[in-house]
Design a protein around this ligand. Structure first.
Ligand code: F0G
Length: 341
């Protein structure tokens, strides 16, 4: 069944009656990963969405609404995943997609993906924040082109469905909730989603990458750097909402170094879960909070936002990609040898 999120959660989304633009997004696995003492760790695999990231939750709603309102094109700034998602849903809905990226700052597979769906990719010399300002100006001037960044309230409304699914799967709110934070839309959406459902709020922990952690530093940053290019953002557009989410739930913003991100990516992958670096940052943060005794008892949910294939070259920094060449007739010898090592 590929009904998608709008059909499933229509009563919670506040949308007018419309024809959904859907690719059957959502219903992603909530995997029981491990028990760490008094903490039951769950990972939500958002990379299982149709374009490989959580962005599809908001995009089905934003593009459906834009089409319903008569838009003929969508535009977004992106570090890659929003671009791919906007491109796919625009293609599905018969709209044109313009995606604006910070030049040289987006992982190649995401660019290929957006282009394959038929989007027009434009690059600006600058960072994500400057790209976002530029696309906001365009969308404010022209009413035929809809902005589908998470400053679009329909994007956030759609992303609330992640919280609905967790509540539906667990039957109650988790005690703790950990996710990576870049432009701060997703943490804000989850907060509103949990609040709207009225089944309690988890303690919310937003994880940033060191070198790109304005919410930890407490001020915007002009120069940002991290291996996790998806969350290389210095001026989060939804910073105020994210601060409210963390303050209201007595959570925290924390940041993790690139080395921990790569280590976390490897640990997850060796357990069968291949995610991109931004998502691995959440797991690195989860482990750090556990080691500090900072996690509440009970169910803890970590959101793994994007598929590892989205930024496969980064995984190539630690994953061995050169195969060991062996003669066919000595394959068994080679394998037996490797088994004992
Ligand atoms: N994880 C991944 C894989 C992302 O692509 C993003 C954001 C985030 C986490 C952070 O989510 O911005 O709501 O705090 N990517 C955006 C993009 C910026 O353009 O694809 P956020």
């Amino acid at each position: 069944m590929t009904n998608g999120l709008i059909t499933r959660y229509h009563n919670w989304l506040g949308l007018p009656a419309l024809t959904p633009v859907t690719l059957g997004e959502g219903a992603t696995p909530l995997v029981h990963w491990a028990d760490w003492d008094t903490h039951r760790i769950w990972l939500k695999l958002e990379g299982c969405n149709p374009t490989g990231s959580f962005k599809d939750r908001g995009m089905t709603v934003a593009v459906s609404h834009a089409k319903h309102e008569g838009a003929s094109a969508v535009i977004c700034a992106s570090t890659g995943n929003t671009a791919a998602s906007a491109a796919a849903y625009a293609g599905r809905g018969g709209l044109k997609a313009f995606v604006v990226i910070p030049n040289g700052q987006v992982a190649l597979p995401k660019m290929i993906q957006a282009s394959a769906y038929g989007a027009i990719i434009l690059a600006i010399e600058g960072n994500f924040d400057q790209a976002l300002t530029a696309v906001r100006n365009v969308a404010e001037t022209e009413d035929w082109i809809a902005l589908v960044n998470s400053v679009n309230p329909w994007r956030l409304r759609g992303q609330e469905t992640g919280a609905y699914e967790i509540l539906d799967d667990l039957g109650h709110a988790p005690a703790g909730f950990v996710l990576p934070v870049g432009n701060a839309g997703n943490i804000s959406a989850y907060f509103h989603g949990f609040r709207r459902r009225g089944q309690g709020l988890p303690q919310m922990f937003g994880i940033q990458a060191q070198g790109s952690d304005p919410l930890v530093q407490g001020h915007d940053m002009d120069d940002v750097s991290t291996i996790a290019s998806a969350i290389r953002i210095g001026k989060p557009a939804s910073a105020h909402l994210a601060r409210e989410a963390v303050a209201a739930t007595r959570g925290q913003f924390r940041s993790v170094p690139d080395a921990d991100i790569l280590h976390a990516q490897r640990e997850l992958a060796h357990g069968g879960v291949f995610v991109e670096p931004a998502s691995a940052a959440a797991y690195a943060g989860l482990k750090m909070l556990y080691q500090e005794g900072r996690l509440p008892d009970g169910d803890i949910v970590g959101i793994l936002t994007g598929n590892g294939l989205k930024d496969s070259t980064t995984a190539g920094l630690w994953a061995k990609v050169e195969p060991q060449v062996v003669p066919g007739e000595s394959l068994l010898d080679a394998i037996s040898d490797l088994m004992t090592h």
